[in-house]
Design a protein around this ligand. Structure first.
Ligand code: SAM
Ligand code: MD0
Ligand code: SF4
Length: 381
C-alpha cells in the first residue's frame, strides 16, 4: 500500500494554520487575501502567524511608500457637540468633558507651531458644535475661513473633521481648499452604528463622504474596534471602504470614557487594532493608514507602525490647552505627541518623515486617480 499519510498526520487545526501561513506569505507579495483568511486571523491570532502578517504588511508599505511616513498635526478646535455618541467623552451633557472653543487667532498660532515642527498636514477637528450646526446658512463660515487662512499661513494641506457637514457647506469647504474630509462610520453594521452613534443617520453620514469625494476632496473612513463588532463586521467594512473609494482608512481601539454610557465596557488590548491595520495594508496597499497617538500615546506607536501604518496622527502642540479625543490628555503637555517626541520611535522602526513635497505629490496623484476603485476587496462575509 503506497498511501501518503503526510497530510492526515497533521492534526486539522495545525494543518489549517500551515495553510494560513502560506496564505499570509503570499499576501506579502501579491497584496491579496481571502475574506475567510482575514476572519481567521482576527478570530484566532496565533503568534507565529502574526509575525508573518505584520511582516507582509510592512513589505507592502515599503513597496508603495519606501521608508517614509506622513505626519499629521491635530487641532481639536471645539470640544462642544450636539450629539450623544455612546463611546465619546465629548458627547452632549457629559459633565466630565473639558469644553472649549478656540479662537481663530489661537488656532492659527497652534497651526503655525505644528507647521514649524515639520508636520505634513493640519487636521482641524471639532464636535458638531451648535455654533456651526444651526439653521443659519453662514454658521459654518468660521470653519471655511479657518481652512483658507490655515492653508495660506502654513502652506500645508488641511483636513476637516467637523462632523456630518451639510451638502451646501461641502462645496464651500472644497472651494476653500480643504484637501481631506474625515468622517468615520465606526462600523458598517447598522445595528451597531445605532448603538454607537445614538440618534444619527447611518445614510447621511455615509452620503457625506460620497458628496465630499464628488466635490473633489479626499476622504478618510474609519472604524472603532472593541465596541462589540464581529470580525465579519470588520471585513465587511473593508468592502464599504473600497466601494466609497476611501483614500485613507483607519481603525482605533475604543477607550472607555468617564461619564458615558460605555464607561464600563471592557477595554481590549491593541492587538485587534494592529491586526486590522495589517489587513488594511494588505487590502489597500497604496492607501494611507494611520498609527494614532490618541489611543496608547507614544508607547503604542512602534507596534502600530510595525503593523504597516504609514501616517502618524494626533500630533498635538503642548502648552496650548489642546485636547485629544480618545485620550484627552495623554502625552500632550509633556511634548511626547510631537514630531520631536516621536523621532526616536521612527528611527527604531527604520522609518523617516517624508518631505512636504512628497506628501503634496501623493495628494495630487491620489486626487487624480481617486475614484478608480480597487476591487481587490471582493466579498463581504
Ligand atoms: N465630531 C466629529 C465626528 O464625530 O466625526 C469629529 C470628531 S472625530 C475626532 C471623532 C472620532 O474619534 C470618532 O469618529 C471615533 O472614531 C474616535 N473616537 C472618539 N471617541 C473615542 C474613544 N472613546 N475611543 C476611541 N476612539 C474614539
Ligand atoms: C487621531 N485624534 O488622528 C485624532 C482624530 C480626526 N480626524 C482624527 C481621531 O487620532
Ligand atoms: Fe460629537 Fe464626534 Fe464625539 Fe460623536 S464622536 S459625540 S459627533 S465629538
Amino acid at each position: 500500500m503506497n498511501k501518503d499519510h503526510s497530510a492526515t498526520a497533521i492534526p486539522a487545526h495545525r494543518q489549517g494554520r500551515n495553510d494560513l501561513a502560506a496564505i499570509v506569505e503570499k499576501a506579502a507579495d501579491n497584496a491579496s487575501i481571502s475574506t475567510a483568511a482575514m476572519i481567521r486571523l482576527l478570530d484566532s491570532p496565533a503568534p507565529e502567524l502574526l509575525g508573518k502578517l505584520f511582516a507582509a504588511a510592512r513589505k507592502q508599505r515599503e513597496r508603495h511608500f519606501g521608508n517614509t511616513v506622513f505626519l499629521y498635526g491635530f487641532l481639536y478646535i471645539s470640544t462642544h457637540c450636539r450629539n450623544r455618541c455612546s463611546f465619546c467623552f465629548y458627547r452632549k451633557n457629559n459633565t466630565r468633558a473639558i469644553r472649549y472653543r478656540k479662537t481663530p487667532a489661537q488656532i492659527t498660532e497652534s497651526a503655525l507651531q505644528l507647521a514649524r515642527s515639520g508636520v505634513h498636514l493640519i487636521d482641524l477637528t471639532a464636535g458638531e458644535d451648535p455654533c456651526f450646526y444651526s439653521d443659519d446658512e453662514n454658521a459654518f463660515a468660521p470653519v471655511v475661513n479657518m481652512v483658507q487662512s490655515i492653508k495660506a499661513d502654513t502652506g500645508l494641506p488641511v483636513m476637516a473633521s467637523v462632523g456630518v457637514v451639510p451638502e451646501t457647506v461641502m462645496g464651500r469647504l472644497s472651494a476653500a481648499g480643504t484637501d481631506w474630509y474625515a468622517c468615520y462610520q465606526e462600523t458598517h453594521n447598522r445595528q451597531l452604528f445605532k448603538q454607537l452613534r445614538v440618534g444619527q443617520s447611518y445614510e447621511a453620514r455615509y452620503r457625506s463622504k460620497v458628496t465630499a469625494k464628488a466635490k473633489g476632496m479626499l476622504v478618510e473612513e474609519g472604524l472603532l474596534c472593541g465596541v462589540g463588532e464581529t470580525s465579519c463586521d470588520i471585513v465587511t467594512s473593508f468592502k464599504a471602504m473600497a466601494e466609497m473609494g476611501a483614500d485613507q482608512v483607519r481603525v482605533m481601539t475604543f477607550v472607555p470614557q468617564a461619564g458615558t454610557p460605555m464607561k464600563d465596557h471592557p477595554p481590549i488590548s491593541s492587538l485587534r487594532e494592529r491586526i486590522t491595520i495589517a489587513l488594511m495594508r494588505i487590502a489597500f496597499p497604496h492607501l494611507l493608514i494611520p498609527a494614532s497617538l490618541d489611543v496608547d500615546g507614544l508607547a503604542g506607536l512602534r507596534q502600530r507602525l510595525d503593523a504597516g501604518a504609514n501616517v502618524v496622527t494626533s500630533l498635538v502642540p503642548p502648552g496650548q490647552g489642546l485636547a485629544g479625543v480618545a485620550q484627552s490628555a495623554l502625552d500632550i503637555e509633556d511634548g511626547r505627541r510631537t514630531v520631536e517626541g516621536i523621532a526616536q520611535t521612527l528611527r527604531t522602526c527604520g522609518l523617516a518623515p517624508a518631505t512636504a513635497r512628497q506628501y503634496r505629490d501623493w495628494i495630487r496623484e491620489q486626487k487624480r486617480i481617486s475614484g478608480v476603485h480597487d476591487t481587490r476587496v471582493a466579498t463581504a462575509c
